[in-house]
Write a protein of this length. Structure first.
Ligand code: PGA
Ligand code: ZN
Length: 425
């Protein structure tokens, strides 16, 4: 059972404070977890509790840390660590609000994940096997964000993320190699065009490009320069994060000087998908634009994976609403949007039951914590979004997947194109 719970404030990849939690069980087994943090957050996410005031520009998390060391530690002390649902329910009850606004989702999630790690350690199991059982053997296709824009970079790209998707590889290890090779080729392509190769929050390059089409064309050139086939070997995925562009009922593409309504945006994505090997578009409509979302899904849903991030915020009720309205065909999974492991798994189970694909995701503010790598294998969801194949906060997840693939040996299977559920490839 849970013996001690201790939290401290540490830093994330952007240099902002976040919560780290350590749990020790009666048996002596220990678990540790660090909570990530978003920048283009959905407005319906559970609350990330920040101190305000002057230290760390108001971004301190000492109150959340105090809540872990006080109320939350007291609530779970003595509980059986392997009863994850009971642990998480107890944490949620201690908070008592639907959005985890009193104690903070960052406090609650830290305890939730650290308890899971301790319970796995007690059984001497890797986390993916503890959570996923002996059948967990599917390695996810990585969606690697190699060009950063939007609020993740200082350039004029409206679209936040341009990802390469090495879905044609035979193994995760090969997919990662292809991703890294395209990333290095991309550096060369950008240099040759006189563009900067400095990087954004998720390790992708942040060149002074403006148009979405231009960025996609640069990626196709990089895939070819790496000696790979666009589409068949390495496809593209976009996260335009359009909630950030939506204002007064319209979508404002400032870098491109375009203003579109939902109709226009649907036509725009259709056109883009015709010209580039795009297999997935995330948040192609804004979080409150349910009608636009339904229209986009009706128009493109049989050809492209349409991922709901801000619109669903890993929340089972938001997802259920989306299912009712026939919105999207895939769920983006961010543990800190909902704030506990059990609720995350519950939302993923709902998605899976309804035929939605799941993409386990990092946040733009990350750490050395690799929980999402294990979560992707445990659930066998087939896709992970963890940034560029560069920068330690990003490659920590990919490296963990290499370890898992090696450990599984012959039993390991790479999810491949089938993960995108778009029929024949
Ligand atoms: P965030 O962005 O982590 O900054 O919220 C990631 C995303 O929109 O997918
Ligand atoms: Zn997103």
């Amino acid at each position: 059972e849970v013996a001690t719970v201790h939290a401290r404030q540490v830093l994330d990849s952007r240099g902002n404070p976040t919560v780290e939690v350590e749990v020790e069980l009666g048996s002596g087994a220990r678990g540790r977890a660090i909570v990530p943090s978003g920048a283009s957050t959905g407005s319906h996410e559970a609350l990330e509790l920040r101190d305000g005031g002057s230290a760390y520009g108001g971004k301190g998390v000492t109150q959340a840390v105090a809540h872990v060391n006080g109320e939350l530690a007291a609530a779970v002390r003595g509980l059986e660590a392997s009863h994850q649902e009971l642990i998480d329910q107890t944490l949620c009850d201690a908070d008592g609000t639907p959005g985890k606004t009193r104690l903070g989702a960052n406090a609650i999630l830290g305890v939730s994940l650290a308890v899971a790690r301790a319970a796995a350690a007690e059984r001497d199991l890797p986390l993916y096997r503890y959570l996923g059982g002996v059948g967990a053997h599917v390695l996810p296709v990585p969606l690697m964000n190699v060009l950063n824009g939007g609020v993740h970079a200082d350039n004029a790209l409206d679209c936040q993320e341009f990802m390469i998707v090495p879905l044609g590889a035979a193994s995760f290890g090969e997919a990662l190699r292809w991703g890294a090779e395209v990333y290095q080729a991309l550096r060369g392509v950008l240099r040759a065009r006189g563009l900067a190769t400095t990087v954004g929050d998720e390790g992708g390059f942040a060149p002074a490009l403006q148009a979405t089409e231009e960025a996609c064309a640069v990626l196709v050139a990089a895939i070819e320069a790496a000696g790979l086939r666009p589409h068949r070997d390495v496809a593209l995925a976009l996260d335009p994060a359009t909630s950030e562009l939506f204002e007064d009922g319209a979508y404002h593409f400032k870098g491109e000087g375009r203003r579109l309504d939902a109709d226009g945006l649907c036509a725009y994505w259709s056109e883009l998908v015709r010209h580039f090997p795009i297999v997935s578009i995330e948040d192609g409509m804004a979080e409150e634009d349910w009608d636009g979302w339904a229209q986009l899904t009706a128009q493109l849903g049989d050809r492209v994976q349409l991922v709901g991030d801000d619109v669903f915020v890993t929340n089972p009720e938001r997802l259920a609403e989306g299912i009712r309205r026939r919105v999207a065909n895939a769920l983006l999974v961010k543990v800190n949007q909902i704030g506990s492991l059990s609720e995350t798994l519950q939302t993923m189970a709902l998605a899976t039951r309804q035929g939605y694909a799941c993409v386990v995701s990092h946040r733009s503010g990350e750490t050395e914590d690799t929980t999402i790598a294990d979560l992707a294998v445990a659930t066998g969801c087939g896709q992970i979004k963890a940034g560029a194949p560069a920068r330690t906060d990003r490659v920590a997840k990919y490296n963990q997947l290499l370890r898992i693939e090696e450990e599984l040996g012959d039993a390991a299977r790479f999810a491949g194109p089938a993960a995108f559920r778009l029929g024949q490839w």
